[in-house]
Design a binder for this molecule. Structure first.
Ligand SMILES: [Fe+2]
Length: 302
């Protein structure tokens, strides 16, 4: 890969062909028998056709959906008029669900309702992985559109295994074996009343996660820092940590590693939170955007 440099000879970014490897080395993609997959690109994101989420999902169908999720990292379903309880049941196939400590709930406790537009704007327009300030961040999430704006409000996901694959070798060496501190204090914590903050702080102290995690299913090395919650890299001076994080954030969201979804009513999206960052575009105000999300409990990154 070539490099763009400034007049001092310092590296700005890479250009030219990128490594676009979706599967672990040596693994071939097997066909899907129970639905059709329509990929959005070579790496990440595929639309699933031929599945009706109002019907119970049996073990065989679930096994194929789970394989597709790990392989494509984000699955898109359209025209799925399900309710919150069906939403919860679908997410529950992947495991126990999270009850989010900060966010308001919808009709069922594990399903969070996000309603934005007329009097408030979404604040998820920073690239992030959900709840990485927890010891065990979510495995994945299931997000469903209730009311979509007439334009805008797309969500983007980026593939963090591809982000790792494409880092320059010297940067891969610099982050090898390093950990970073993740903290809710500078996002959810801002503007919290001091007593409530102290309580949350006790329950959720800053946590350290590896800068490069190993995906528990594929074994792939996956970059695991995000602009929202990663505060600093442990063991580096602040300025060096900031400089390195800024480089990693920028590299992790090249358009080649992204999928962008235009919501329609009753669309449902499942993503692998262990392998992606996402970004909710805040360009629909004052139109209303109502979504519901269930987050699946995950494991400790290693
Ligand atoms: Fe999010």
């Amino acid at each position: 890969m070539s490099t763009v440099r400034n007049r001092l000879g310092e590296r700005r970014t890479a250009l030219g062909p990128r490594v676009l490897r979706r599967l672990p080395a040596g693994v071939e993609s097997a066909p899907y028998e129970l639905f059709e997959l329509r990929p959005y690109g070579p790496l990440i994101g595929a639309e699933v056709h031929g599945v009706d989420l109002r019907e119970p999902v049996g073990p065989e169908l679930f096994a194929e959906l789970d394989r597709a999720l790990v392989e494509w990292k984000v699955l898109f379903f359209r025209d799925q008029p399900i309710d919150s309880a069906q939403h919860r049941a679908f997410a529950r196939l992947w495991g126990e669900l999270e009850v989010h400590p900060f966010l308001a709930q919808g009709d069922v406790p594990e399903v969070v309702r996000f309603s934005k537009g007329a009097d408030s704007a979404g604040v998820e327009n920073v690239w992030h992985t959900d709840v990485t300030w927890r010891q065990e961040p979510a495995l994945g999430s299931v997000l469903r559109a209730i009311d979509v704006p007439e334009y805008g409000g797309d969500t983007l996901w980026a593939d963090m295994a591809a982000a790792y694959d494409n880092l320059p070798a010297d940067v891969q060496e610099r982050i090898e074996g390093r950990t970073a501190v993740h903290d809710f204090a500078f996002t959810f914590g801002l503007g919290m009343d001091p007593d409530a903050f102290a309580k949350m702080r006790e329950q959720y102290p800053p946590v350290e996660h590896p800068v490069v995690r190993t995906h528990p299913v594929t074994g792939r090395k996956t970059l695991f820092v995000n602009e929202f919650f990663t505060d600093h890299i442990v063991g580096l001076p602040d300025d060096e940590s900031e400089e390195l994080l800024a480089f990693l954030f920028k590299q992790s969201t090249a358009p080649e590693y992204q999928a962008r979804f235009r919501w329609s009513p009753d669309s449902v999206v499942v993503w692998d939170n262990r392998a992606t960052v996402h970004y909710a575009v805040n360009d629909y105000h004052p139109h209303i955007r109502v979504m519901e999300r269930a987050a699946i409990l995950g494991d400790r990154p290693y």
